[in-house]
Design a protein around this ligand. Sequence first.
Ligand code: SF4
Length: 65
Amino acid sequence: MAYIIEKDICEGIADCVDVCPVDCIKLGKGLNAKKTAFYYIEDDICISCGVCLDACPVQGAVIPD
Ligand code: SF4
C-alpha cells in the first residue's frame, strides 16, 4: 500500500513535502482543477508511514491507496 494525493483536491500547500521521511512527494506539472500547484507521491518509494496525511490540512487530499 502507498498513499496518493488526490490531484483535484490538493491545494498545493505542501506541508507534506517537508515531513516525508523518504522525499517521495514531488511537484506535479501544470495546475489542478482549483488552479493551484499540486503534488504527487512516487508510490514505488513511499513507505506508507502516513506522516503526509497527518500533516495535510485539506480534508481528502491525501488518502491511502
Ligand atoms: Fe512520504 Fe510517508 Fe506520505 Fe509515503 S506515506 S508519501 S513515505 S510521508
